[in-house]
Design a protein around this ligand. Structure first.
Ligand code: K7E
Ligand code: CUA
Length: 683
């Protein structure tokens, strides 16, 4: 089952092969006979009968769509699309007034990002199903998704950083999650010649407090030499208290990195003793440094997001905190760094390396104690390669990127260039099996495979290129995941399924650890939204200058009020719609003719607000966008829009009680609009 291409290509230098890898896709016909699939057997292993549940939840990042998708495994069925860093018109996320603040940054309202690495929260080094963290790669951010509601509830911007790629891998109890700069930049960022890279450009490693929902913050940052920091993983067991990051571009190139950052035989793994960092911070060794960043939180009760702007961080220089950071030389332009379940082995994926180097944590500690240094980089000791090396996997294939583990002492590494998964043995470093994948795998994922207790059983190969695997859909094809059975000695291909966006990485967890906690609706009695309407009689329309607020309920199968008059051209009309249902899966939507943003979807018990600015006089229908009942098509209403200064009075067809309240409210002084964020968000 060896991919013959990988064998041949090993003779070629890795760099040449990288340039030529496109030629590997010379497709054969169709997608039929290429897999070593016993079709019937494989089909029964992924078949989940109608009405039955999958065994695992899998969370796949969406790459450049900025979102995260939940799938079921082994079926590969898509369960939920979760908006994180990108606006999502499907639900109104980032368009409605309640969620716009989630996308606030010091660069303004950013409606997009690039997600790479979903990371489940952990207890004792084992995924626990409480939260999923995900990084924003472009405008460095880390988000928390609450797996009770499968929604983004918190986003922290990472200051003093550019490119939040090595993120958000967590420590064994999720005390910290991390974010390292992929790109080094001047810190603080300022206008300097690019040629002054070596003097002026720096990297940062950010440790983010993660175990308190709603309270993520930068615990401290470590100021590092101006390399590229690529990926990271926390130690566990004996290596608990340490964090490992890969670097590339130790050449400190600032142009044509393709060549200029591939000169050195070895780059580094950075080993950070974060307990030492905590001590140095506690003893005042960190400098309070200016930093400009946002922290955005979705309030659990009002379901309105709030932003806070922060202005400083604690910055540690390794030179001021001896014992904090060491460099482990590692061939060659390493990408992934993965720690085995025992916490002893530190596996690097050297994209251009011909071996998979594995460092030993025990040897690393001894090398530090014995000062087996090969000089230093800007005061950071470099450990001798031979002093930390546990072993090298010889001839693994081409382009090793990422490694995960099963519970039986085996490791599995993705080979981008030779397009295969390679299984090898920890300790003996021998290659045990290979499985070709279609095509060009990036990350691979085993449920719990980066944790202390892998559940094993399946491996998901997350492939970059699909070519001929599915029916053609024009120039751009979906990316692809392949599910592989790893329960036996030999890997077995079970299933292909297309994915949305580019799923760099994924995490999976037994469904039982999440499904019992899934929330069915929001309690209306606990809804503290300032514009909540909890009963039909409480609907209202109010004017505050050019702002018109409409409090409205939605219930099968009507809105109340549903006839509105007195709105004028150029008004900002806020439809505050509360879904007063208290029943699972009964959501309503709201769309209005000519709205320039999106619809809103309102979950049972919550309030969502659509802002709308009518441009011309006339009658505008609105309707429920989610087919909620037999009379869903009747769930509609009208807004009358008059010219500016018109004498048409404000009117909503509401109850007599509500009308009295309306008269009283209109006599009161104007309240401050509590949801006027200072954003220039697109409406
Ligand atoms: Cu290898 Cu961004 Cu983790 Cu993609 S990264 S593959
Ligand atoms: Cu409510 Cu359709």
């Amino acid at each position: 089952m060896t991919n013959p291409l990988s064998r041949k290509a090993l003779l070629v230098s890795a760099t040449v092969a990288l340039l030529a890898f496109g030629a590997f896709y010379s497709c054969t016909t169709g997608s039929g006979g290429k897999d070593n699939v016993l079709v019937g057997n494989a089909a029964s292993k992924v078949y989940v009968a109608p009405g039955k549940y999958d065994e695992y939840y899998a969370f796949l990042s969406g790459g450049y769509n900025g979102q995260v998708m939940a799938y079921g495994l082994p079926s590969g069925r898509l369960l939920k699309f979760m908006a994180v860093f990108s606006q999502n018109p499907e639900t109104g996320y980032g368009y409605n007034e309640e969620t716009k603040a989630m996308l606030q940054t010091t660069y303004g309202f950013i409606p997009w990002d690039d997600t790479h690495h979903p990371e489940l929260s952990q207890t004792d080094g084992v995924p626990d199903g409480r939260w999923l963290f995900i990084n924003g790669n472009n405008t460095p951010r880390v988000a928390r998704i609450d797996l009770k509601v499968f929604e983004t509830t918190e986003i922290l911007q990472i200051p003093n950083a550019a490119g939040g790629h090595a993120s958000p891998f967590t420590t064994p109890n999720s005390k910290y999650t991390i974010s390292a700069t992929r790109f080094s930049v001047p810190i603080p960022n300022t206008d300097v010649p690019i040629e002054s890279y070596k003097q002026n450009f720096k990297g940062t490693l950010s440790f983010i407090t993660a175990d308190q929902p709603g309270k993520m913050d930068i615990a401290f940052q470590i100021l590092m030499p101006g390399f590229n920091y690529d990926l990271g993983h926390a130690g566990k067991g004996p290596s608990d208290g340490w964090f490992f990051f890969t670097t590339y571009n130790s050449e400190q190139a600032y142009q044509k990195l393709e060549q200029n950052a591939s000169q050195n035989d070895k780059d580094f793994i950075v080993a950070v003793n974060y307990r030492q960092a905590e001590q140095c911070v506690a003893s005042g060794k960190a400098k309070t440094t200016p930093a400009d960043y946002f922290h955005n939180v979705m309030d659990e009760k009002s379901r309105v997001a709030r932003s806070e702007r922060k202005s400083s961080v604690k910055m540690l220089a390794p030179q001021d905190c001896p014992g904090l950071v060491y460099y482990l030389p590692t061939p060659k332009s390493p990408h992934g760094v993965d720690i085995d379940p025992s916490g002893e082995y530190i596996v690097a994926g050297g994209k251009l390396a011909t071996v998979i180097p594995v460092h030993s944590f025990t040897k690393m500690q001894k090398a530090i104690a014995d000062k087996q240094f090969d000089g230093d980089v800007q005061g950071i000791p470099v450990l001798r390669y031979s002093s930390t090396l546990a072993g090298e996997v010889q001839k693994p294939g081409l382009g090793p990127l990422h490694t995960e583990f099963d519970a039986k002492g085996n490791a599995y590494t993705s080979m981008f260039i030779s397009s295969e998964i390679v299984k090898w043995k920890l300790g003996t470093w021998e290659v045990l099996d290979r499985m070709p994948v279609y095509y060009s795998v990036g990350h691979l994922m085993i449920p719990g495979g980066d944790s202390r207790k892998p559940w094993g059983k399946y491996l998901l190969s997350l492939n970059k290129i699909t070519k001929d695997r599915y029916l053609p859909t024009g120039p751009e094809l979906a990316q692809s995941a392949q599910l592989i059975d790893i329960s036996g000695d030999k890997m077995k291909m079970l299933l292909d399924f297309p994915t949305i966006g580019e799923p760099h990485y994924a995490q999976a967890i037994p469904a039982d650890l999440i499904k019992g906690n899934s929330q069915k609706f929001y309690k209306l009695s606990e809804n503290t939204h300032p514009f909540a309407t909890k009963a039909e009689a409480d609907g209202s329309i109010r004017r505050q200058g050019k702002n018109v607020h409409i409090n409205m309920i939605a219930i099968r199968s009507h809105f109340a009020p549903d006839n509105l008059e007195g709105v004028q051209v150029g008004d900002s009309v806020y439809f505050h719609v509360t879904n007063i249902e208290q029943d699972w899966d009964i959501v309503h939507g709201f769309g209005v003719l000519g709205a320039e943003n999106a619809e809103i979807i309102i979950a049972p018990g919550e309030t969502r607000t659509l802002r709308w600015i009518p441009k011309a006089a006339g009658i505008y229908p609105f309707y429920c966008t989610d087919f909620c009942s037999a009379l869903h098509q009747e769930m509609q209403g009208y807004v009358r829009v008059s010219v500016p200064g018109s004498k048409v009075a404000l009117k909503a067809n509401i109850s007599a009680k509500a009308a009295t309240q309306l008269a009283r409210a209109q006599a009161l002084p104007k309240p401050v609009h509590e949801m006027d964020h200072k954003t220039d968000a697109p409406r």
